[in-house]
Ligand binder design. Sequence first.
Ligand SMILES: NC(=O)c1ccc[n+]([C@@H]2O[C@H](COP(=O)([O-])OP(=O)(O)OC[C@H]3O[C@@H](n4cnc5c(N)ncnc54)[C@H](O)[C@@H]3O)[C@@H](O)[C@H]2O)c1
Length: 295
Amino acid sequence: MVREEVCRRRRRAERHRLLNAGLLAGRVAVVTGAGSGLGRAAAIGLAAAGAAVVVGDLDAERVEQVAAKISAAGGVASAQQVDVGDPEACERLVAVALERHGALHVLFNSAGIALPFADGFAADIEPETWDTVIRVNLSGTFYCCRAAIPAMAESGGGSIINTASSMAHLPTGLLDAYAASKGGVAQLTKSMAVGCGAQGIRVNAISPGYVDTPINATLFGHERARAGYELGHATGLQTPEEIADLVVFLASDAARSLTGAVLTADRGWTAFKAPEFILRKRLQRPEGTSAAENA
Ligand SMILES: NC(=O)c1ccc[n+]([C@@H]2O[C@H](COP(=O)([O-])OP(=O)(O)OC[C@H]3O[C@@H](n4cnc5c(N)ncnc54)[C@H](O)[C@@H]3O)[C@@H](O)[C@H]2O)c1
C-alpha cells in the first residue's frame, strides 16, 4: 500500500474516533476474531467509542497485542484466547466479560476462515474441509450467540452483530463451503432476531464485499487479480476501518430500528457485475490510483 494511502486511512480513522467518542460509554463488548482484520479494527473502534472490550481470538499472542494497543490508547480491554468452534470456550469468553467488566451489551462475531485451496466445487471438497469451515464460520457464530444471549438479557439488552459476506448473496462459485457457511450466518441472524427481540437484543449481520485483510492474502497476492476485485466494487476495495464504523453504529442506540437486517456493506459488489475488461475500459481509472482514495 502506498504511503499516502496509509496516511489518509489514519487521518480518516482518527476523525471517526473523535466523532464516536463516548457513544458506547458504559457498554461492554465481546469481539471474536479480534486478532486481525475486521475484528481487530472493530475492537479498537468499539473501545474508542467508550466500550470495555473483551478481545477474543484463536491466536493468543495477537489478542494480547490488540488489548495492549487499546489500553495504551486509554481504552479498557481484556484479552481471551478462544476457539469459537468450541461451545465451552465461547461460554468462557462471555464469562470473562461478566467477571471482569460486570455486563455484556455487544457481541461482534468476526472470527472466520476461508480455505481457498481445500474449499472449492462441492464434488471435490473433502468432508473434513466442509466440517472445518462450517464449524468456525457458522457453528462458531451460533455458539457465541448462544452463550451471549442470556448474559445480554441479564444486562438489560444489547446488540449482536454477525459477519456474513457478499458470498451469502452473490457467490463467486468454487468456494462452496464458505458460501454455505455465510448463507447460514445471514439466515441465522434473521431467525434469531425474533427470539432475541423479546429479550431486548437486536441481531444484525454485515455482508462486506472484499476487504483488504489477511484472509484475502492469496487473492490479492496477484496484482491482476487484485485489480479485478478492485474494479468489481463501485468505489474500490474496502478497509477494515469502514466495517468497524458500521459495527460501532450497529452497537449503538442510533441503530435501534435495525434488527434482523443483513446489511450489504460492499461498495456495490453485489449491486452490479460486469466482465473486468468492460469495466476497465469504461472506468478509465488512471494507473496506480485507487477509487477507495476518494470514497
Ligand atoms: N476480508 C474480507 O474480504 C471479508 C469479506 C466478507 C466477510 N468476511 C468475514 O469477516 C470475518 C473476518 O475476516 P477478516 O478479513 O478480518 O479475516 P482475518 O483472517 O484477518 O481475521 C480472522 C480472525 O479470525 C481468527 N480465527 C480463525 N479461526 C478462529 C477460531 N476457530 N476461533 C477464534 N478465532 C478464529 C483468526 O485467528 C483471525 O485473527 C470473517 O468471518 C470473514 O469470513 C471477510
